[in-house]
Design a protein around this ligand. Sequence first.
Ligand code: EPZ
Length: 427
Amino acid sequence: MNKFFVTGGNTLRGTVEIGGMKNAAVAIIPATILAQGVCVLENIPNVSDVTLLLQMLTEMGARVRMLGKKTVEIDTSYLCDPVVPYDLARNMRASYYFLGSLLGRCGQASVSMPGGCNFGVRPIDQHIKGFEAMGAQVEIENGMINAKADQLRGAHIYFDKVSVGATMNIMLAATRAKGLTILENVAKEPHIVDLANFLNSIGADVRGAGTDVIKIRGVDVMHGASYTIIPDQIEAGTYMAAAVATGGDVRVENVIPKHMEPITAKLRSAGAEIEEGDDWLRVRRTGPLKRINVKTMPHPGFPTDMQPQMAAMLTMADGVSIITEGVWDNRFKYIDELIRLGANITVDGKVAVIEGVRELTAAPVRCTDLRGGAAMIIAGLLATGTTEIEEIIHIERGYEDVVEKFTALGADIRRVTLPDAPLSKAL
Ligand code: EPZ
């Protein structure tokens, strides 16, 4: 069993280099299946979700080779299996991107129902609606999603709900459909644009990504290419929130400041001073941490994936902050863990009311999900004493070198491997 031990009280100072965006990489890696050639992906984040996807590709017949810590070469020319290995795929959300890419390439795909962070029900009806509109038959049987189509056809699809996953999955399949696909009410996150740019680099014809309407004209073949994944907006935001929470002074490097705007605006309201360069931001707080309200929304709104980190930061703000979750039905599971540390938070449905306290005190806590885990680190940095964080597997799915990066900024954080607890004699 692995745990983090975080001893609070240190102020974060220094520079942190941000890695490639996990949520872009986890779509672009399955997208290499469409290339039927050699793709070189640079700025790949070193996180367990990426390792799992590369393992799935290898088991399906692709040749995968790391060319250094952040660069991977993927050759899907001889990929032959449209079935994604069940045991690997069921534990993560992004495995469902194999549906779109395999349907596009092979006309059939079998992928287990996706896992990933538990925020209540996570339907995939919009993905299925899109595939069916393009002429695919989709069935769910024995925990697998099976899709097939003799020939995908371009279609006009209006999503009932703005969905990152459905937008990307249908984009993938549509690159190889016959004719034009028009997607309306799509997600506009930076990773949607990154996936479109990657697809165009391998020969697809995708226009309008980043706006409300995406048009994809199907092509017959696609080829390999080299592509650099964008920096991780949420990883950067997490270090920025930690810097503001501890009253620190941190420079985040390898970021796209434009992508950070919804986050920088809120951090400024909370009392941060933020300077911007071409690919860096410097975040400082010298005055009081002020209360703010945050409502999460699809891009360009405030990202839901930064909601828990902001809550952790606001546990010690002056006054009462209100956080409203506008994307997921149930993304406040981590709040009980913040309360263990002494935070004063009440949750009513999708609204959390945080009354700032003067002190948090260390306690054993667990990660309920990826960003909830990041919130535990930030709260641990603020708490008096040593906070023991369990179930860090969630954090390691999405944050690369998290101990090294926080340590370099002056945090007291250790990763400890403990023997598993012996089974109780009563069992
Ligand atoms: C992606 O999840 C991200 N995951 C999530 O980040 C992120 O929270 C989310 O987008 C929103 O930004 C990955 O990219 C791997 P959605 P996804 O489809 O695609 C509803 C993190 O921390 N919906 O945009 O699964 C859904 O219930 C992770 O890195 C439907 O109703 O999210 C939700 O309320 C956690 N039907 C809303 O749409 C559907 O068919 C947005 O979901 C699909 C979604």
